[in-house]
Design a protein around this ligand. Sequence first.
Ligand SMILES: [Zn+2]
Length: 261
Amino acid sequence: MVPTGGGAPSGWWLGAAMPRALTLCVAMGLALGVIGSPPAAAGDDDGAVAAGVHRAAADCAEVKCVALTFDDGPSRYTERYLKILKRHGAVATFFVIGSQVSGRASTLVTMAAQGNEIASHTWSHPALTSLSGGQIRQQVERTARQVAKITGKRPSLLRPPYGSVNGRVLAALGEADVAAIMWDVDTRDWQSRSPSAVFGHIKRETHRGSIILMHDLHRASADALERIIHYLDKRGYTLVTVTDLLGGTVKPGKAYYSGRR
Ligand SMILES: [Zn+2]
């Protein structure tokens, strides 16, 4: 599967940057149970947390939030990502390809049980700008049905493959009742396949409200994930799902590049 790549961020929220103190708020993260929990003992990281576990959603108007996002899964590496996230009490948003879901239903169950957000990356990863409105809605609907069959919940967010959107695509996504989620930090993990290069992008480019693009189709970001979580925790960031990052303001048919700065 050709991964998402390229695409310069623009627009939404990017004009609202303002200086901010990089204060540590580890205590806040611990209180919210979102990031910074002590590592679990070895051997304690297998299996899902009990379904029905709810964390208090972080208020991203109060704390510095960022969202880790993973495209192109579920893959044979996805369980490894989930174990690392769980070990650190962290959550992410997974933009899954519908056609890859049926063989990995248990991975989606674990994903949801750990409090991660499951979002759509279409059924078969086409460039949506090359499809008709009806074909776009079909890509969304087929994936939504597949995810809902497993988790009971339809995704409300979609990441367009290749970041490929235009007004016509957004109108079709609006009719299909999903918002387009872009990114403002591109780790280019699919290209470098280098954990240190992935970490470098995050260190240089992440700010409050960032949506960080990675791919769980490869292992590079999994190899970097522990270091990424520690780094973001130390800089006072709280890891949240994209829906929490956007604070309930998500509207179908709109494109979002980052959250509140
Ligand atoms: Zn992709």
